[in-house]
Design a protein. Structure first.
Length: 138
């Protein structure tokens, strides 16, 4: 399964656990493949640093990002201008289209209110786990 994670899911799961951490654990265990662009990785790192994520934790996170068995780094060709309230969130849509993702997982209202983008569902962590539980159990 191909997913794109918004930075708020990465930050919440990395720092506070809970349901976003369950999504991250699916990625860490290889049950899902995370697709990212360089812009997304930069945002992940920036957000984690701003939230004072430990240097050791950040290093481990970057090792996972660079583990190509779990993560695919892509360079989106198309650039969409969809989210007028926060155009920086468009990078997640760009990545999802290029990756032919099965889902974008976010806690961000700007993305969630779209519901889907070109057939790709945009879901909260909870909805993603619920909607795809049968596929994830395989």
């Amino acid at each position: 399964m191909r997913i794109v994670l918004d930075s708020n899911v990465v930050a919440s799961g990395s720092l506070w656990g809970g349901i976003p951490a369950d999504v991250l654990n699916l990625w860490k265990s290889g049950k899902v493949h995370l697709f990212v662009s360089e812009d997304i990785v930069k945002e992940y790192v920036g957000v984690l640093k701003r939230l004072r994520y430990s240097d050791d934790g950040l290093e481990k996170f970057m090792c996972l990002i660079n583990d190509l068995d779990h993560t695919v780094i892509i360079s989106p060709v198309q650039r969409f201008k969809v989210i007028t309230d926060d155009p920086t969130d468009d990078k997640f849509l760009d990545c999802a289209i290029e990756a032919q993702a099965d889902a974008i997982i976010s806690g961000n209202d700007h993305l969630l209110k779209l519901g889907n983008f070109r057939g790709i569902p945009i879901l909260s962590s909870r909805k993603f786990l619920s909607q795809f539980k049968d596929q994830l159990a395989e």
